[in-house]
Design a protein around this ligand. Structure first.
Ligand code: HEM
Length: 150
């Protein structure tokens, strides 16, 4: 009986640590998903010159830094999902939104390369709207995982 309780306790601890680090990496990834498009707003407004180059460098460093954070957030999420047997409509809806988020992340890479090649053709207003997408996804995902409405 005591052995079963000890096993249950260590499984619960593993789940809680995994979830805590999942949330930490999700938050760190989102810091980039919020800030990178803000840099694009400024890049779209900056003329050629030192300011443009500085913003471009910041965007490149940030984009590179975001990839490992995203991979860790996703890996821990998959570990939670498969390791602890989560299922349900909320999880499928969340996975669909996460797939969209990965697409958004990769599209940011394409936008960065366009800026680097001096071939951006979107206005700063377009980037301001583009910037709101991760906010909406974050609200939807947090409601899904916390409330689990279906
Ligand atoms: C492959 C991608 C992902 C998978 C498979 C996944 C899976 C999971 C699982 C199974 C849980 C535990 C749910 C529970 O304890 O009730 C969880 C928690 C959580 N996930 Fe993810 N996740 C992924 C990506 C993300 C992303 C991108 C976000 C943010 C947009 C996110 C936000 C959260 C939050 C906030 C929690 C904590 C919920 C709570 O404590 O009630 N996850 N995730």
């Amino acid at each position: 009986m005591r052995a079963i309780n000890a096993r249950k306790r260590s499984a619960l601890l593993a789940y809680l640590y995994l979830k805590a680090f999942h949330i930490i990496f999700v938050m760190s990834w989102f810091a980039g998903l919020f800030y990178l498009p803000r840099l694009f707003v400024n890049l779209a407004m900056a003329g050629e010159g030192a300011e443009y180059d500085r913003l471009l460098l910041m965007a490149r460093k940030l984009y590179r830094f975001m990839a490992p954070l995203a991979l860790l957030a996703l890996a821990l999420g998959i570990w939670l999902w498969l390791g602890f047997g989560f299922s349900g409509g909320w999880l499928h809806a969340k996975l669909a939104l996460v797939a969209g988020l990965i697409g958004y992340h990769l599209y940011c890479g394409k936008l960065y390369r366009d800026f680097a090649a001096r071939r951006n053709h979107h206005s700063h207003v377009w980037y301001r709207f583009f910037n709101e997408i991760p906010v909406l996804v974050l609200v939807a995902v947090v409601l899904l995982v916390v409330v689990k409405p279906f």
